[in-house]
Write a protein that binds this ligand. Structure first.
Ligand SMILES: Cc1cc2nc3c(=O)[nH]c(=O)nc-3n(C[C@H](O)[C@H](O)[C@H](O)COP(=O)(O)OP(=O)(O)OC[C@H]3O[C@@H](n4cnc5c(N)ncnc54)[C@H](O)[C@@H]3O)c2cc1C
Length: 391
């Protein structure tokens, strides 16, 4: 909080000149501070008359926050794969700091809740109500932030799905804590702080972010970035929570849901044929479709191919698209820029088709084919057809 003592202030205006945010103006010979003030303190420093005082909130006591909490996102009662992936990472982190791993799940008739224990959860906290069946950001963030205030986990991890991306910032704002989006790495350092790694400045550097003064330390992680553990018998306690009626009121009315038909669900595809700028034209994607069909896979694209209008944004792979981890990723006319690689380099087998033998995609490819894709792919399709015919 910033206050100005009108008796001490002589209206010299020095504070106005020094404010880099332009948040101080003069009215009736006295400074007025606008909402843009960042409490940087330069005005207080420059004031020779000690007329400006800044009171900062005391740092929160963070030591009594313990445990790692995972958001157990479900859709139509089915728990998403990303939850198991976060439990896998969460388990390792929890073991390294000797703290419990918890999962909070909101819904109605959610199936396989007990499976969460098999994948690492020590405690499963289930809020069940018909109003929680579908996601409502207002209600979900009310319940979760209220729950977090009670159980005080030191870390809260959320899948960076469309729901997670909406929920995370609201919960963080309610709890007055930070949030690192789309982390690609999570570790706990010697001081016990969560080191959240994510690409920054267009993917050219990896930033390591910590949140030392607020709790919980919050991060979102995209699907397929973390690996889930093998399921095994583990003790996990289930807590059924009664939903507080005050928290379940919402000004948002959901009129209906339009379901995504899943046709281009590249997140869960086992085989992906992906096209880049080297495809050269929209019709070129028809050829990739034919190859995908032959391989029993789906098509995807690099960002420039999407930007050119040759492919749907839903199937963009990379930093600003989706992270995929199929068994087979066939990159056709894709150079292998870092922003694309972060979305596909954990695929089991990568095949690259590119006419430039120096293309960086070959550095991560298991099989590299230096060829014009329009020469190679039709022959490849024919070969696949021939070999199928022989079986
Ligand atoms: C903030 C930010 C976010 C980004 N996010 C993403 C993202 O999510 N996904 C993404 O993909 N990119 C992203 N990019 C863009 C990225 O930097 C690259 O520009 C992009 O990945 C390059 O796409 P490309 O490989 O299709 O095209 P190019 O780099 O132009 O490569 C085309 C390749 O095709 C080859 N080629 C040409 N013709 C043929 C042919 N007939 N047969 C075979 N090979 C051929 C060429 O040799 C070349 O290697 C992002 C960039 C920024 C700054």
């Amino acid at each position: 909080m910033i206050t100005i003592d009108r008796e001490k202030c002589i209206g010299c205006g020095e504070c106005v000149d020094v404010c880099v945010f332009g948040s101080i103006s003069m009215k009736d010979n006295h400074p007025i501070i606008s909402d843009d003030c960042r409490l940087c303190g330069s005005c207080a420093k420059v004031c020779q008359y000690n007329a400006i005082e800044i009171k900062r909130e005391k740092k929160k006591k963070v030591t009594d926050w313990r445990g790692i909490l995972i958001f157990g996102e479900q859709r139509d009662g089915v728990i998403l794969e990303v939850v198991y992936e976060l439990l896998g990472k969460g388990r390792k982190l929890a073991d390294s700091i000797n703290e419990p791993l918890l999962c909070v799940i909101l819904g109605k008739f959610v199936a396989e809740i007990n499976k969460l224990a098999l994948y690492g959860a020590d405690e499963i906290h289930y809020f069940e109500d018909v109003k929680l069946e579908s996601f409502n950001c207002e209600i979900y963030s009310n319940i979760i932030s209220n729950f977090i205030k009670k159980i005080k986990p030191s870390i809260f991890l959320i899948g960076a799905t469309s729901i997670g991306r909406e929920l995370g910032p609201r919960v963080a704002a309610k709890l007055k804590t930070g949030l690192t989006a789309d982390c690609t790495g999570l570790e706990v350092n010697k001081e016990g702080l969560l080191v959240q790694t994510r690409p920054a400045f267009g993917g050219n550097i990896m930033a390591s972010i910590i949140c030392p003064n607020s709790r919980p330390q919050m991060a979102t992680v995209r699907p397929k970035v973390m690996k889930k553990l093998e399921a095994k018998e583990r003790e996990g306690k289930l807590f059924n929570h009664v939903v507080n009626s005050e928290l379940i009121d919402s000004s948002i009315k959901i009129l209906g849901e339009i379901k995504f038909n899943g046709q281009c669900d590249i997140n869960n595809a086992e085989i992906i044929v992906s096209g880049g700028l080297g495809v050269g034209k929209k019709e070129g994607f028809d050829l990739l479709e034919k190859l995908a069909l032959e391989l029993n896979g789906v098509i995807a694209a690099s960002r420039p191919a999407v930007d050119a209008g040759w492919a749907d944004p839903n199937i963009q792979v990379g930093m600003s698209g989706k992270v995929v981890q199929p068994h087979l990723y066939v990159a056709c006319g894709i150079s292998g820029a870092v922003q694309h690689r972060v979305g596909m380099e954990t695929s089991d087998v990568i095949v690259a088709i590119n006419k430039d033998e120096r293309a960086p995609i070959f550095d991560i490819a298991d099989f590299g084919i230096v060829a014009d894709l329009y020469d190679f792919i039709p022959k490849f399709i024919q070969n696949l057809k021939n070999s199928k015919a022989q079986i």
